[in-house]
Design a protein around this ligand. Sequence first.
Ligand SMILES: [Mg+2]
Length: 248
Amino acid sequence: MIKMLVCDFDGTLHGGAASGIGQFADYVHEQPNLRFVIATGRTFPSISLGLKEDNYPRPHSIISDVGTQIHHGHDCVLDVLWRDQLQSVWNKPVIQDVLEEVGFLGAINSRHQGDYKITFEGKLSQQQYATVAAVLEQNAIHVDLTYSHDWFLDVTPKGVNKAAAIHHLMNKHGLLPGEVCVAGDSANDTAMLTISGINAILVANHYPEVAHLSDLDNVYTSHATHAEGVLEGLKHWQHMAGDGKGRA
Ligand SMILES: [Mg+2]
C-alpha cells in the first residue's frame, strides 16, 4: 500500500493547468491513509506562499531548502531533531568565505538562501562545477553540490538532500521504501527518485538533465505533465501495489 506521496513543487505539482491541480487535490483528499509531503528546493517562506497560490492539498510535512529543513503538520512545526543533526556538520560563514574566492560563481539572491543552504545563480560549465568542488575539497570542506535547471547551484551539508529528509520521515513514521511514492522533474530530485525500492514518478515535462532516470525499473514516466502527471503516476503505483483495485 502506498502510504506517503512526496512531491517536488516547481515544475512537478506547480506550473501546469489549474484543472490538473484540482483533480490531483480531489484525489488526494479521498485518500485518508495517504500522507502528502512537499519536497522542494525553495525556502520555507517561499513554499508557504507558493502553496497558497492554488488549490493544493495541505501537506502533512514540508521538506524545504533541498532537504535541509522539515516542518510538520498544519501548524508547520519545525523538526528540531533534523535541524540539530545539520547544525553539527555545517559552518556557513566558513563555506561562504571559501566560495567568495571563486570569481565565476553567480549571484546569491537572498530570496533563495537558507540557514543550511547556499544557492548561487548562473550557468556553469562542467569544468567550472569541477573547480568549485576542487576548491571546497582543498579547503577540507565537505558539502553536497547540486546543480539543477542549468542555473541553480545548491551547497548543502554533506549527505543532506531531499532523499535524506525522506529517510528521516520514513523512520519517523515506520515506512518502507515500497510504501512511498516520490515525484519530480529536475536534478535536485535525482537523490529522492533513486532511493532504493521507492516508487518514483517523472512527470512528462521533466528536464533533460533527469531524462536518463526513465530507464530505471522503479521510475514511472508519466504521459501527462505537472499535477496531472503526478496523479497518473500515483494511480500507477497504487495499482501495482494492489491498492483500491482497478483505479489505475
Ligand atoms: Mg522542480
